[in-house]
Design a protein around this ligand. Sequence first.
Ligand code: HEM
Length: 391
Amino acid sequence: MTSPSPARSLFDPAVANDPYPFYAYLRREAPVAPLGLMDLWGIARHEDVLRVLRDPETFSSVVGQRRGDGEELPSMLFNDPPLHTRLRSLIAKAFTPRVVELQRESIAARSKQLVDAMLAKGDPDIVLDLAYPLPVMVIAHMLGVADGDHATFKRWSDAIIENVAPILLTGDDSALADVNQEFDAYFSKRLAKLRREPEDNLLSELVHVETDEGKLGELELLMFCRLLLVAGNETTTGLIVNATRALAEYPDVLQRVRGDLTLLPAAIEEALRYYAPFPATFRRTTREVEVGGATIPADTRVLVLLASANRDERAFEHPDEFRLDRGTNRHVAFGMGIHYCVGAPLARLEAEVALRDLLPRITGVSIVPGQAAALLRPGGPKSLRVTFTTP
Ligand code: HEM
């Protein structure tokens, strides 16, 4: 029998529901190789993924997102030093533990409301009832969106999230032109108000933050608001859904964690490793380069397979088992190097608060069968019906 070809298999919808056997094949047979879609090469092993993410000079993050005039937009995620260094230093100064901690109370209140309502329903849906609305609310709160504007904000979030993958692949964001215009108009007004009257939220901190790098400009601020929706919403939804999915597959782990909630942080780290919510990220080579014995040509796009690295048998013992006792968990779910996820503490907090509410109130969870199509969707399911057993 011939081995599956990487070219067909990674993008074959049939493997998207469970890409892990295919990642294992890539790690074994083609750890650094073309994937057969456009100019994309895949990087599948933990060691090689670290090598790529730690070398931004050779592996650039400028992979898409151009203005009509071809100029790069000032988005932190899609830029290299020195622009990335400037944006990151300003943003890190505003995105502090204090600003994250400011969210705890409102996350807890909202999470409790959502969990109460979900458990009272006959047909709970872990995405629609909990994992999707929670992060959208948190980001709206951080940006100081008024309560009356939440429905509009959610509509923009939905549109932006829906279009992330095609925009990343093609660099063409014309499908979002109207939404971006509405979004920018709304937040330009908010920025003007915050300049006059500071508030206690992230956006206000960002408006006023100043370092040796100066201050953030209007377009930089608007791009960061958009980036938060792309980077912080669906990923966090994915973490809550994936953790639930893993606990459905490992009922013994669920029992241990609900019996001892101090195990929750370890369970969340393992969920991040086991089902990486942001399974891959892009880079572009700035020169011909050798990685893991293969030579990648210059100006080639590379798909850094974080989810595959997280199951690399060279880096993790029994990588296909969900274990609470991994000690230091060297997963790369939040990336590595200069672009390491700025929102990691917030994502961990959201997942912890939601699961701390949910787990003591259930004795078991299972995924309603027959929803493979939902799981296949890039970026995770839009809806996932579950059954809870309660004490
Ligand atoms: C479980 C949830 C999350 C996961 C798995 C995740 C994953 C990642 C990954 C892998 C990167 C690096 C991408 C790269 O190197 O190309 C990243 C960057 C980033 N993330 Fe997250 N993220 C999550 C939640 C969040 C949240 C809640 C926020 C903000 C509210 C956020 C904001 C960002 C930003 C701004 C960057 C860009 C950092 C930079 O370019 O320096 N993320 N995230």
